[in-house]
Design a protein around this ligand. Sequence first.
Ligand code: AHR
Length: 533
Amino acid sequence: MQLRTVLILSLVSLHLISGCASTPAPVVAPVAAPESQPSKTSTSITVHTDRPKGQISRHIHGQFSEMLGRGIHQGIWVGPDSPIPNTRGLRNDVVAALRRAKVPVIRWPGGCFADYYHWKDGVGQRDQRRPQVNALWGGATEDNQFGTHEFMDLCQQVGCEPYICANVGSGSVQEMNEWIAYLNSDDDIPIVQMRRANGRQDSWHVRFFGIGNESWGCGGNMSPDFYADQYLQYMTYAWAYSGNFLYRIACGPNVSDYNWTETLMRRARWAMDGLSLHYYTVPGTWQDKGSAISFDEHEWFVTMQKAFFMDELLRKHGEIMYRYDPDKRVGLIVDEWGTWFNAEPGSRPGFLYQQNTLRDALVAGLTLNILQRHCDRVKMANIAQTVNVLQAMILTDNEKMLLTPTYHVFDMYKVHQDATRLATDVNCPRYGPPDGAIPSVSASASRDASGRLHISLCNLDPDSPMPVTVHLNAAQAKAVSATVLTAEAMNAHNTFENPDAIKPTELKDVRLADTSSVELTLPSKSVVMLEIE
Ligand code: AHR
């Protein structure tokens, strides 16, 4: 309760989440009336089991792995001669964990690195590959031992789809066109002969292809009009090859740069399948972002409040996209998101290594709930980044590996992948000071192919447990069970000495009140997954 004087729970207000509210659809789904007066101390959730809201693409649970710091090197790639157990150089422990969490897609090689990466440096015999300096991220020498073949092997071992981001900032149209041919062509042309000489006979059928990264910043400092010109030129030669389909993703806005979205949609929507968006949750400033593990309740609240901003971003960018694309053909691809704190003391700052606590788990749960709510427009999202960088799923230290609280959230949420989203109303108290309070509870519900319902719930309040009643309209529930991720401390985290300090457990405090309602208590600062049969 230490910051209760600063963070007074504001007066109760009604927080209604209904339908996919991201676009000004001509017919707005009616907002369900509250069944009772909102309470200051409890939450009522209605899951409209008879109001399907489209499919939650599994790609919303995607990952981003840049050639940065110890993300690839040591984190994923140790090389075939390493004493660390590996398959063709890829860590067995990391691959197994990613497989278990059903990671659906990985974006690579950047990030900023993508716009100074020349793919030919990373193919062919490893001892003859051309090294380069990763100038933006830590100044380390990148030996290019992990290149196209190794990345495609990673995706195959994990069982996910590749998403490749091409170099626009310092590359050429020809270089990009040849990379696609190398990946996807089965024609008897020199670039395919080169791939075959490098050990890969058949094409890989890569589908997701980004054209530049952060072209408004590290990808070339372009204006939206200049990038639109560049995009149109590059995409003209982004051929799918050999009967493949290429899902072309244009570089989208930085956070709330709505003019960028407007320009790209107006000028190039016909030529793209997706438009990216980047947004990081930074509790402090870019100069002093705040510590990953030493923070008070004020910083906890600000982190949640800033994570919640994702909802406004998706709604506003979605509104602009809707004006040009009312059929929602163009996907919004949130291909970088997550927390960004000061680098771990003692680590190389440019390597962006940070610990991961229960606070990160709440950001992950809240953000996935928001992304899923906008699944009519959001077709992919990629948390930054998979291993050892920013809001990582996994941390490694030589042969040791640990799963972070963020990993556990993704693992719990995998039941939503490709399920049908159900309209959900949440009537809850707000959390935080009156002038900036946010809903204290976030929820997302879906029905999977076998008919099971899953409801993911986050209690953002670090002090107060929350009694919740879930009303299932039009459902005949027979059984309920729940998994919870929580801990005593806001900054609970796993260490290499104690890797299971925080992990999911069964939530006992849940019961069927009748065939259409479930009662439970969300522990303070918790992520819960309900399963209803
Ligand atoms: O994820 C780290 C960096 O953040 C990426 O390289 C860049 O795209 C973004 O600014």
